[in-house]
Ligand binder design. Structure first.
Ligand code: TXE
Length: 480
């Protein structure tokens, strides 16, 4: 079985403990590689390597850092098929999705920040002919990036790219559930000539490796994407140490459908926003609210389309919904379907695990599930399920649906479907989420701020926001 290795100080190395745990292919339910079970000693090595590399990396001219990062992006492009296949096997997502969506986006992340840093400017505030202030932005030092399992390389690169471009050295921890593409990425960094110690990737369990990053004195900032509970644990440790924190946490997003929407476009996109990547995207619209006058029409058309979604082998081009990432997560989703039934929900389609024939018969698959008849404030409608499960609920007016939409502890994203321009802006203005999509979903411009309100997180990623997060500012006031 293939052994994944840590990437520390420019080399692929075993964890100090020499311990590994199994890494599973969710489509077969079988272990297929070994992941390092690293601990705080490996983090110590990684932090030392990062500290040693910092002086030369942070003082390298931005265009030189940019050139190395662009070389990484080129090599990722060259390895697109290999990375996509690895992501699909490791995560369970359809290979076509990894190949057409996520890996290209991971490449864009590197490319985007590699070029952005060449245009990153600072501000000056002249005080007439009396004095001038200028603000310098400098890299922070060693920073920690902790990423999740749902979009493994995509979210990993989304964090490390701005951190590196800004001149920081990084200690990164991919999810232990999906470590493979970060490992392949470390090989690419070596081939691209990234100086040793600039990026260090330490694999292992969250409570061991993740918390060793969080607590380390020399790690000055932490960028984290994952569950809200984990985010709170990280904040508890990091805040009293005065670390900079960017937390991208869970979501329970509303998809609000008004009767005056473009119905066909809305149905197609709503299937996507419900079930893409098995519903394991923090931006999925898992609570669907439909204006009562089109509720029955919506229900019929939606269920018909959902039933056409093929659940099966992620490597099969016809598959729309692949495997659920891990056995514990599979069990968690099924337990929420049970909860929905107990809460009085009616399962309109799906609701069961499924076993595709052949190679995937022991994999972790769940049918796309649509539930109705639940109150907006029940647990099924308030807690993040993070799987192929949506609820549908009718509403009568704007005020009512805004109350439903804003009722959760989360505030990451929302989706609105209406052809009424005034209504679109009015509702967008009142909705409490960091991102609002009107008549579309997951249309992303990397320059825009990305992040959530309430318990969906703290801070924003993307564009200048990310480069600002990964730099310290200093104001210099000169008397003229
Ligand atoms: O995520 P965790 P889990 C949600 C989703 C899911 C739930 C739990 O609802 O069901 O979170 O998923 C590392 N200190 N999202 O448990 O644990 C961990 O190793 C430092 C939403 O798998 O938050 C991994 O690298 N780090 C989400 C990362 O944190 C720790 C994406 C995320 O894992 C740690 C994933 C600790 N104490 C899950 N414990 C999104 N918003 O996109 C774990 N980690």
């Amino acid at each position: 079985m293939q052994k994944i290795l840590n990437y520390i100080n420019g080399k692929l190395v075993e964890p100090i403990s020499k311990n590994y745990f199994d890494n599973f292919d969710p489509s077969t339910g079988l272990a297929y590689s070994h992941c390092p079970d690293s601990d705080e000693r490996d983090i110590e090595l990684a932090v030392n390597a990062a500290e040693n590399a910092f002086e030369s990396w942070s003082t390298l001219q931005p265009e030189k850092r940019s050139r190395i990062m662009l070389r990484i992006a080129e090599l990722m492009e060259k390895n697109l098929d290999k990375l996509a296949l690895a992501e699909s096997i490791d995560q369970g997502k359809p290979e076509w999705l990894a190949k057409n969506g996520e890996i290209p986006r991971a490449i864009s992340n590197i490319h985007f920040f590699a070029t952005a840093i060449e245009h990153f400017a600072s501000e000056a505030h002249p005080m007439g002919d009396h004095a001038i202030n200028y603000t310098v932005r400098t890299p922070i030092g060693t920073v920690g990036c902790i990423s999740p399992w749902n979009l493994p390389l995509y979210l990993f690169t989304w964090k490390i790219a701005p951190a590196l471009a800004a001149g920081n050295c990084v200690v990164a921890k991919p999810s232990e559930i999906t470590p493979m593409t970060a490992f392949l990425f470390s090989e690419i960094c070596m081939e691209a000539g990234l100086p040793k110690g600039v990026l260090n990737i330490v694999h292992g369990l969250g409570p061991k490796v993740g918390s060793a990053i969080t607590i380390h004195q020399h790690i000055k900032a932490i960028s984290f994407t994952g569950g809200t509970k984990t985010g709170a644990e990280i904040a508890k440790v990091a805040a009293p140490m005065f670390k900079k924190l960017s937390l991208e946490l869970g979501g329970k997003n509303a998809n609000i459908i008004f009767a005056d929407c473009d119905f066909d476009k809305m149905i197609t996109e709503t299937v996507r926003s419900s079930f893409l990547n098995q519903g394991e995207i923090c931006l999925c619209g898992s609570r669907i609210f439909v204006e009562r006058s089109i509720y029955e029409k919506f229900k019929t058309a939606f269920i018909e389309k959902v039933k056409q979604q093929i659940v099966g082998d992620p490597l099969d081009a016809k598959t729309k919904i692949g495997a659920i990432v891990s056995k514990p997560h599979f069990d968690k989703i099924l337990s929420y379907i049970e909860l929905a039934k107990q809460e009085g929900g009616a399962i309109l389609c799906g609701g069961e695990m499924t076993k595709p024939a052949g190679r995937c018969e022991n994999g972790w698959f769940i049918e796309p599930t649509v539930i109705e008849g639940l109150s907006y404030d029940c647990r099924t409608n308030q807690e993040e399920i993070f799987g192929p499960v949506v609820t549908i609920t009718p509403f009568d007016n704007e005020e009512e649906v805004l109350n439903y939409a804003n009722s959760t502890q989360y505030g990451l994203a929302s989706i609105l479907w209406t052809e009424n321009l005034t209504r679109a802006h009015r509702v967008a203005n009142k909705i409490k989420s960091g991102i609002v999509w009107i008549n579309c979903w997951l249309l992303r411009d990397l320059r825009t701020p990305f992040g959530g309100m309430k318990q969906s997180g703290v801070g924003r990623e993307g564009g200048w926001e990310a480069l600002r997060f990964f730099t310290e500012q200093k104001n210099v006031c000169v008397k003229l």
